[in-house]
Design a protein around this ligand. Structure first.
Ligand code: PMP
Length: 408
């Protein structure tokens, strides 16, 4: 390990600081530090007005806050232009926007949409819909049982018929990082565009949309310690410019007549209605917080906690970790099954020790089917988790089979 990762920063998070909760459901949503909560509160105390509309000072302050957040996000993901950063309510809305605005208008009969088998439902259903309406064919990029997508699989799946490759950078079940740069290179060689779902990766991997050369990217603020209800769609300017609006309404127009409308320039063309300005302010505070702690620190500490937990689980009989055999490929996510114990029971029993984990299909049913189970339990970590969290979790986990009446 290159850096010392002993500090958890748990005290920055009121929900954790003021309770004995062992929060291991970070892949579902992250906890919020004081600075984010205070930034949202300050917006409502001092800056609240409808942004992008009024010409009085307060409204201009609200607009300034929103635009400062856009600049912060632009730098965070290394976009080339601010207008390539669009506020949405989250990853789901961002991907639906791309599917409806790009997919529905630029795909036709026989074109192929390629998604991976490990996608979250929000990167499956919109493409099923586009395929059903346009006559395009939805295909799957397969992984092996460890979650690895091989170069051969990529080379075979992407052809001249492929028009869109939509793929997650990091699976919410497996925690494994996918070879996005490699996929993008192959896709571009065949004239396809790439949509990257960064909902899980954004907190683990430094995202650089220019270096990855992805055409679209989506993430949700709530996974990186900002409030719920704010998310980002990044898109290359030349693509966004040729796409029609997804939603129509206030503030996304230049002018409107009885019969027609001229749409506003980017990014406003895609931001119909009142923006979630307080959410954007919270997102800006979250990114500033991340920058102050350092992505590398967060990542290294998460890997350290993941390894600690992974090694401990491997010693418990009858528990099977899903995906890669080495903890470094799990990036804060450990999904597992326990022989003869339903994941819902696992989650409920852990809850008695104040341990919060997720159980179910994790909105990734095609992946669960492929891997041969209906549901599993997932523990997921952030840098603010502690060794004590892992100890409590492992202690409780070790006793589950006995509690359910099995001898070991
Ligand atoms: N993609 C992935 C990989 C996810 O893990 C999630 C959230 N679980 C989403 C998309 C959807 O995010 P949201 O519900 O915030 O839109």
């Amino acid at each position: 390990m290159s850096i010392n990762v002993n500090i958890s920063h748990r005290e920055d998070f009121p929900l954790l600081r003021d309770s004995n909760i062992v929060y291991l459901d970070n892949a579902a949503t992250s906890q919020k530090p004081d600075c984010v909560i205070e930034a949202v509160e300050e917006f409502y105390h001092k800056h609240n007005a409808n942004p992008l509309r009024g010409f009085y000072e307060l409204a201009m302050l609200a607009t300034e806050q929103l635009e400062n957040s856009r600049t912060t996000v632009k730098e965070f993901i290394n976009a080339k232009f601010e207008e390539e950063v669009i506020f949405t309510k989250g990853t789901t809305e961002s991907i639906n926007l791309i599917a409806n605005s790009y997919g529905m208008n630029f795909l036709g009969e026989g074109d192929e949409i390629l998604i991976s088998i490990m996608e979250h439902h929000c990167n499956i259903l919109p493409w099923q819909f586009v395929a059903s309406k346009t006559g395009a064919v939805l295909k799957y990029l397969e992984c092996d049982m460890d979650g690895l997508i091989s170069d051969t699989a990529i080379e075979e799946a992407i052809t001249d018929k492929t028009k869109i490759v939509a793929i997650t950078q990091l699976s919410n079940v497996l925690g494994r990082e996918n070879p996005i740069a490699r996929i993008t290179k192959t896709a571009h060689e065949h004239g396809a565009i790439v949509v990257m779902d960064a909902a899980q990766s954004v907190v683990h991997v430094k995202i650089d949309v220019q270096a990855l050369d992805v055409d679209f990217m989506a993430f949700s603020g709530h996974k990186i310690m900002s409030p719920m209800g704010i998310g980002i769609l990044y898109g290359k300017k030349e693509l966004l410019n040729k796409m029609p609006p997804f939603l129509r309404g206030g503030e996304m127009i230049e002018s409107v007549t009885r019969t027609d409308a001229v749409f506003a320039q980017l990014p406003y063309k895609f931001e119909a209605g009142t923006d979630n300005a307080s959410g954007a302010v919270g997102l800006m505070a979250a990114i500033n917080y991340i920058n102050s702690i350092g992505m590398e620190y967060m990542h290294e500490r998460t890997l350290m906690l993941t390894k600690m937990c992974f090694d401990a689980i491997c010693k418990i009989p009858h528990i099977h970790i899903i995906g890669a055999k080495d903890s470094n490929n799990h990036n804060g996510i450990i999904s597992f099954t326990i022989d003869n114990v339903h994941p819902h029971d696992v989650s409920q029993i852990l809850s008695e020790s104040n341990v919060c984990v997720r159980a179910g299909h994790h909105c990734a049913q095609p992946l669960c089917d492929f891997l041969g189970f209906k549901s599993c339990t997932r523990a997921s970590f952030m840098f603010y988790n502690t060794q004590e969290d892992i100890d409590t979790f492992i202690k409780s986990l070790s006793g589950i089979r006995k509690m359910m009446g099995y001898g070991d």
